[in-house]
Design a protein around this ligand. Structure first.
Ligand SMILES: N[C@@H](CCC(=O)NCCCC(=O)O)C(=O)O
Length: 262
């Protein structure tokens, strides 16, 4: 049986009445069906009650990227600049879901906004426009580049920690990545260990210390180019192996099932 992989949704208004929908990019569905080797299940931004109900049924969790940003109130940050997109329904769902998944050992791969949520969920904070900070690069989507190039093009190198697992997957100490973000790690959460950095020092990859299961975050988007980029593919394959192992774990059967089997 293929592992069941939860994919976080954003709340987006569209359709003929421009009403709220729960949505995730097709790139996450395709990567789960591909190198992850799982069955994708979209997780609506249904609030904190979702975690205890859904986690026992999941073998892995992907926290997706999004143009929206984590509400600064979750990390005592300043209000966002006027017009900065937020998605508080998503925050209310993913932050408790992340904490519960780590506690339960459900493998977790957090991508871009997902990595920022991972940092905030564990007590870290975010810079909101890193391109405005002295000595920092512009990590956002170059407006003059067509979308396909932005998604699959390489924007900068990431230096990988030599003892980190990402370095092992890459087989190199530096790898080129795409970049589509304005925000970034300001204070790293105590339980997070950085595994990769941009040339300007921006944290680009993290893992959760002493997590019972696979728990990584990356600031770039490997889901955009895994069909051509071996490093991107290997990240998802490693995540998929962890999910398959989680799916194969001996599970406590509900009491009713145990009684019926006796
Ligand atoms: N909004 C945050 C996170 C950025 C992010 O997840 N980018 C992916 C965008 C994908 C898309 O266009 O839907 C930030 O700006 O840092």
């Amino acid at each position: 049986m293929r592992p069941i992989i939860g994919i976080s949704c954003c709340v987006k208004a569209f359709g003929i009445f421009n009403t709220p929908n729960h949505a995730a990019s097709d790139s996450y569905v395709r990567v789960v069906l591909g190198p992850v080797g799982g069955v994708p299940v979209l997780l609506p931004a249904a609030g904190e009650s979702l975690a205890p109900q859904i986690l026992p049924r999941l073998d892995g969790l992907i926290l997706t990227g999004s143009r929206s940003n984590v509400w600064p109130g979750h990390y005592d940050g300043p209000d966002h600049a006027e017009g900065t997109p937020e998605d508080q329904q998503r925050d209310a769902t993913t932050l408790p879901l992340i904490r519960a998944a780590i506690a339960e050992g459900v493998p977790l791969l957090a991508i871009c906004r997902g990595m920022q949520e991972l940092n905030v969920a564990l007590g870290g904070s975010l810079d909101q426009r890193i391109q405005d900070l002295p000595g920092r690069m512009d990590h956002s989507t170059p407006s003059d580049q067509p979308i396909p190039l932005v998604r699959t093009g390489k924007a900068h190198a990431v230096r990988l920690a030599p003892e980190g697992l990402l370095h092992e997957l890459a087989g190199a100490t530096e790898m080129p990545v795409n970049s589509l973000h304005n925000q970034g790690v300001q204070r790293l959460a105590p339980r997070l260990e950085a595994m990769g950095w941009a040339p300007d020092g921006t944290v680009e990859a993290v893992r959760v210390r002493q997590a019972p299961g696979f728990a990584w975050g990356v600031q770039w988007h490997p889901e955009y180019d895994w069909e051509k980029d071996a490093f991107s593919r290997r990240i998802f394959e490693a995540f998929g192996e962890a999910c398959a192992a989680h799916a194969a774990r001996p599970q406590l059967r509900p009491a009713a099932l145990r009684e019926a089997a006796e």
